[in-house]
Design a protein around this ligand. Structure first.
Ligand SMILES: Nc1ncnc2c1ncn2[C@@H]1O[C@H](COP(=O)(O)OP(=O)(O)OP(=O)(O)O)[C@@H](O)[C@H]1O
Length: 290
């Protein structure tokens, strides 16, 4: 089943502070969505609204046409995975997985056990005695094996070491291709995770500054390098994100449609056109004063 998420003019306020301001978007395909933003940008706020942990101050959030808050049927379809505090969790992994299986109808215990082995997790130790990275891996196992139609991972990979994160990414891609669902990954690890994303949402200071297909993002951005005057002339009507100058050489990062004819023209003027990464775009779309 494909779920549909409709977010319209959504705001969340804490006192006078807007954690989210007038955010609108739709997610309607079983894809992997990357939600990126700097510290305090509003990622967790948005995800906690999607997971019905709280209600918006303004605007509407609908899942399959229904308001999810206190809506048991919809909440069943959403799984919000985050690194929760497990210091009081005296249960062992085996038991915890059994509990999850009871309330997640798509939970696949065989797959969970396979992941437990992949992540080298001990099943006979209380969760609270596992290392931080292992606890993150436990959350990853629960999130993947539950196969919930809307699965949200809020930076669970932050506690994992690089090889463990790699295992998570590979398993995520593989399981998503076999059991497609909406997966939302919030992260700061943009350059490491960008290849996972089908679509990208960038939040900046509570506002959505970009929602695009990953392929489109990558083809729309370019760096133009060459003699200052030639770069200035070529980019004068373009959306410039960043400029670097070294002697008479200038490198400008632009974002917008760069047609084939533009690329040819750049070449004729001795300019070099290079790609920009999602990380570059993220940095320059979200820089500025705090
Ligand atoms: N319970 C709360 N009470 C007051 N302000 C809050 C609360 N939760 C979040 N905020 C504020 O809302 C803003 C957005 O916070 P949020 O946790 O959503 O950001 P984030 O993008 O997830 O950040 P990070 O990457 O650092 O986890 C921040 O300015 C934060 O201080």
């Amino acid at each position: 089943m494909t779920m549909q998420i409709d977010v319209k003019n959504l705001s969340l306020q804490f006192g006078n502070h807007y954690a989210l301001k007038d955010v609108s978007f739709q997610l309607s395909d079983n894809k992997i969505y990357g939600l990126i933003g700097r510290n305090g940008a509003g990622k967790t706020s948005l995800l906690s609204l999607l997971a019905s942990f709280r209600e918006p101050t303004n605007g509407t959030l609908k899942i399959n046409g229904e308001i999810p808050f206190e809506n048991a049927k919809i909440m069943q379809q959403v799984n919000f995975i985050f690194n929760k505090d497990n210091q009081d969790e005296t249960e062992k992994l085996e038991r915890v997985l059994g509990d999850v299986q009871r309330y997640r109808p798509n939970f696949d215990m065989e797959y969970a056990n396979y992941l437990v082995k992949k992540f080298n997790l001990p099943i006979d130790k209380p969760i609270r005695k596992l290392s931080k990275g292992m606890q993150s891996a436990v959350n990853a196992v629960i999130g993947l094996a539950s196969r919930t139609p809307i699965t949200i991972f809020d930076e669970v990979y932050n506690g994992m070491d690089a090889p463990t994160r790699e295992v998570f990414y590979q398993e995520l891609l593989e399981d998503q291709s076999e059991h497609p669902r909406i997966i939302i990954l919030s992260t700061h690890l943009v350059s490491e995770m960008d290849y996972l994303f089908d679509e990208v949402l960038i939040l900046n200071k509570g506002q959505l500054v970009l929602h695009e297909d990953y392929e489109t993002v990558v083809t729309k951005g370019a760096s133009i390098t060459g003699a200052s005057e030639a770069v200035d002339a070529f980019t004068q009507s373009m959306n410039i994100l960043n400029t670097k100058q070294l002697g008479n050489t200038k490198s400008v990062m632009v974002y917008g449609e760069l047609r084939d004819v533009d690329r040819k023209l750049a070449h004729q003027n001795g300019l070099e056109v290079g790609p920009i990464s999602l990380q570059d775009l993220f940095i320059h779309l979200t820089e500025g004063e705090e």
